[in-house]
Every structure is written in structure tokens, then in C-alpha cells.
Ligand binder design. Structure first.
Ligand code: C2O
Ligand code: CU
Length: 467
């Protein structure tokens, strides 16, 4: 059961419980799923000392974990009880423009909005939702608005494994318990704008250093989400290797064994953690130093290793885990021979192709169902994680080195002076789609552009798989 504690009663609770108990439906059932989500101010005890004034979904921090199945027809009845406009963006989901929750569709204070979408077949994976109002995304996420989405496939090859959701975010607090959000022209504010805002308190599922219990011999599936404004996590679990099995848009074709894994902003990874320790052992999931910074503003503490959570081995005797499938699923390659355009995106500090975001401008115009190649070139001395709304892509290469295996992604971290190329097909949904740096301070200050996908009436293959 992933639905978590809540601090105040909410109307959505019975609906969500009902959702969680509907698993047993036959494969390919088209379930209508209705959810009520409310954003509102709340006071929660996050750190010792004083309560914190926050913004939260359904009274919870993080918001409720939403579980969908491929094929679900989802209606989210959203209500904005915040004192300012907001939206709900369903990060990574392939859905209609009017349900994307982009800055084009703000929901005013006291207003309601229905987000309506179908969970497309082939999209099982880990996603998240967060606000996306013009200029205020970083502020509202820092105040506590984000939550996890899990999309399941009827034929999930790993469905028998016990699962843990690990959503990581960091924050900074003033001594009175309030969230430290400096004025943008203060020295702190200027550094936040450059680096992206980081905090010294790291939360996993809304708690500091929580514990995950594992049994010796057990294999667990971890879904990790980086919900931080700017901090990048280079994860390692000393004494353990990890099996990397999935990315933003779900499982790979084959597991890949790794010693560590870097999760940039808004990225997700699926990992298998094998309990190779002994009963009673203890391990700590660490964030190793990761240098994403421009030297002038690199924090003094950047090269400290941080602790995220404790993995505690149960005292029971070791168990034997079932063997893992060698092939997880097929990922058909998007064919570069079908690409009809190449787009070059040059990243500089705060800008894309030398421009800041203008909601009235279209930066890339394209036709529905077209397949295109994007090259993202980072000219500056810090990393920028690049995100495209609406359509997941397949990475072709990074710095000219072909990607070793295929996966569906919606964020790619482009390291300092680095280049990444991906291929994408604008399937199913016309509209205006944002692309931007997912360092929230950069996004809010205009490091963003607009892709307009137009339906010229000639689009084919509308019924093909939703990516
Ligand atoms: Cu996760 Cu445009 O956002
Ligand atoms: Cu950036």
C-alpha cells in the first residue's frame, strides 16, 4: 500500500483507497478513475522546533501517490484553495494539451479545473505531478506541492517484487520554521537563481532519514524520483550493486548492473536492490558529491556525501528470491530514417537559443505525428537538465557517444559543455508544449520555449502506441 499518511481529512481518501483495491481487474479493462485533488495552505511539522507554513495537496506532504493502470480513463477534479494561481502538471504523461497543466491553463484561486486523460498503453512507469504556473513553479514546489504517479502495465514482468517509492527533495528553513525563500535580489537569492535553489535538509517521502526494511536475500523494486529544484543525486548503497531496470518512461529491455546512479532534476529511475547483506545488517543510501556547478557559485559543501535513508535488514533468516526475467519488455526504436527535421537547442545561462520564454512566441512549429531529432548543446559551465512536455523521447547519443540501450525519457541532463541528441515523435496530441531547463529557478526566469504541434489533417497512424 503506497498511499500514505495524511494529516487532515480529505474527500479524496475514499476514492484513492478504492483505486488501490481495484488491481484485481482483468487485463486491459478500461477503468474510469475519478480523483479529487485540492491544493491548499497547511501547517505541518517538518523539522524540529516550529511548524512550517506550506502548500500541500489533499493535506499531505508529499501529495498522495496516484496509481493508474494503462488504459485508465482519468478525471482529476482539481480545486485551487491557494491564495494564488496554480496548475497541476502531470510530468512525463502523454496527454491532451488542455490537461497538461502548463502555464497556458492557470487555475485561479477558488476555481476548479478537470484534468482529463487516458493512460496510454506502453507508458507504464514512474511519473510525478507538480504545479507549473508562470514564474512560480519553484516557489510552489518549495512550499510542498508535488506527488508521485505510478502507472502499471497488466503484463508488468516485475509485478511480484515488493516495491518502495523514494521521492527525494531538499529544502531550506529559517529558524522560525518557515521555508527560506530569499528575495530575488538578495545575495542568497542571486546565488539561488544561478545554481538553482538547494537546501541542507533532504527529505525522502517527506521525512528525514527514513528506514526501509529489507530481508536478506530479498529483491526490492525501488522507484526513485528527484523532485528537487536543483540538487542532483548520485546514489550509492555501499556494499551493494544495483540493477538499473528503468527510467522516466518505464522499464528498459534488459537490466543493467551499476555501482551508482545519477538522478538529475525531475528524472526517475527504477532500481532493483538485492538484499545481499545478513540479517540485522544496516546500510545507508548515500548521495555522493556531484559537481554540476559553475565554479564561482559552487557551494562550499558541494563535495560532502549526504545520507538519504537507512536500509535495515530484518532479523529473519535469508530468503531466496525468484529469478529475474532476462528481458523486461520490448522498446521499439524510433527510426532516424523517418526524421523530417533537426532542431538545435543551444543552452546558455538562463536562455535557449539566445532567448527567454515568451508565451506569445512559438519557437518550434511542427506537424502532428512528425518524427524529429533534437540536439541540445550546453555552451556553459554548469549542467542543465532539459525537459520536453507531452512526448517522451529516445536518446540517440551524448557527446557523440551512442546511447548504450534504449529507454523512454522526458528529461535529459546536459552536462557543462556537453551535447545530447534525442529522437521524438509528436504522436496523438496537437497543442503548445513547453520545453525547458528543469532547474526550477532557471525555468521560472525564462529558460523555456514552446513547441507547437499542429494537426494539418494528414497525420497517419493515430491508433499506434502512445509514445
Ligand atoms: Cu516537471 Cu515543465 O515540468
Ligand atoms: Cu538550467
Amino acid at each position: 500500500m503506497i498511499l500514505r499518511r495524511r494529516t487532515t481529512p480529505s474527500r479524496a481518501w475514499p476514492v484513492l483507497v478504492a483505486l488501490a483495491s481495484l488491481w484485481a481487474l482483468p487485463a486491459f479493462a478500461q477503468r474510469p478513475v475519478e480523483i479529487t485533488l485540492t491544493a491548499a495552505p497547511a501547517q505541518l511539522s517538518l523539522i524540529a522546533g516550529a511548524p512550517t507554513d506550506m502548500f500541500v495537496y489533499n493535506g499531505q506532504f508529499p501529495g498522495p501517490t496516484l496509481e493508474f493502470r494503462e488504459g485508465d480513463r482519468v478525471i482529476v477534479h482539481f480545486r485551487n484553495n491557494l491564495p494564488e494561481p496554480t496548475t497541476v502538471h502531470w510530468h512525463g504523461l502523454h496527454l491532451p494539451f488542455t490537461s497538461d497543466g502548463s502555464p497556458f491553463h492557470p487555475v485561479e484561486p477558488g476555481e476548479q479545473y478537470d484534468y482529463v486523460f487516458t493512460i496510454r498503453p506502453g507508458t507504464a512507469g514512474t511519473y510525478w505531478y507538480h504545479p507549473h504556473p508562470h514564474h512560480r513553479t519553484g516557489y510552489q514546489i518549495a512550499k510542498g506541492l508535488y506527488g508521485v504517479i505510478i502507472v502499471r502495465a497488466a503484463d508488468d514482468p516485475l509485478r511480484s517484487l515488493p516495491e518502495k517509492v523514494i521521492v527525494i527533495s531538499d529544502n531550506r528553513f529559517a529558524p522560525d520554521g518557515s521555508i527560506d525563500l530569499p528575495a530575488s535580489l538578495s545575495p542568497e537569492g542571486i546565488i539561488d537563481r544561478e545554481n538553482g535553489r538547494e537546501g541542507d535538509v533532504i527529505f525522502v517521502n517527506g521525512a528525514v532519514m527514513p528506514t526501509i526494511i529489507i530481508r536478506a536475500g530479498e529483491v526490492q523494486r525501488w522507484r526513485v524520483i528527484n523532485a528537487s529544484a536543483a540538487r542532483v543525486y548520485r546514489l550509492a548503497l555501499p556494499g551493494h550493486t544495483l540493477l538499473h531496470v528503468g527510467s522516466d518512461g518505464g522499464l528498459f529491455e534488459r537490466p543493467v548492473e551499476v555501482d551508482e546512479i545519477t538522478v538529475a532534476n525531475a528524472e526517475r529511475v527504477e532500481l532493483l536492490v538485492r538484499g545481499t547483506g545478513a540479517p540485522g545488517d544496516r546500510a545507508v543510501l548515500q548521495a555522493l558529491p556531484y559537481d554540476r556547478y559553475i565554479p564561482q557559485t559552487r557551494p562550499r559543501t558541494w563535495n560532502e556525501t549526504r545520507e538519504l535513508l537507512t536500509v535495515q535488514y530484518a532479523s529473519q533468516p535469508p530468503m531466496t528470491a525468484a529469478p529475474l526475467p532476462a528481458v523486461l519488455r520490448r522498446i521499439p526504436a524510433l527510426d532516424t530514417a523517418h526524421a523530417t527535421a533537426k532542431r538545435l537547442m543551444v543552452l546558455t545561462q538562463g536562455m535557449i537559443n539566445g532567448q527567454m520564454m515568451d508565451p506569445a512566441r512559438v519557437d518550434v512549429g511542427a506537424t502532428l505525428d512528425a518524427t524529429e531529432i533534437w540536439e541540445i548543446e550546453n555552451l556553459v559551465g554548469m549542467d542543465h537538465p532539459f525537459h520536453l512536455h507531452g512526448f517522451q523521447f529516445q536518446l540517440l547519443d551524448r557527446d557523440g557517444v551512442p546511447e548504450p540501450f534504449r529507454s523512454w525519457k522526458d528529461v535529459v541532463n546536459v552536462p557543462r559543455h556537453g551535447t545530447a541528441r534525442f529522437i521524438v515523435r509528436y504522436a496523438s496530441y496537437p497543442g503548445k508544449w513547453m520545453f525547458h531547463c528543469h532547474i526550477l529557478d532557471h525555468e521560472d526566469h525564462g529558460m523555456m520555449g514552446i513547441l507547437e504541434v499542429r494537426d494539418d489533417g494528414n497525420a497517419v497512424a493515430r491508433t499506434t502506441k502512445g509514445h
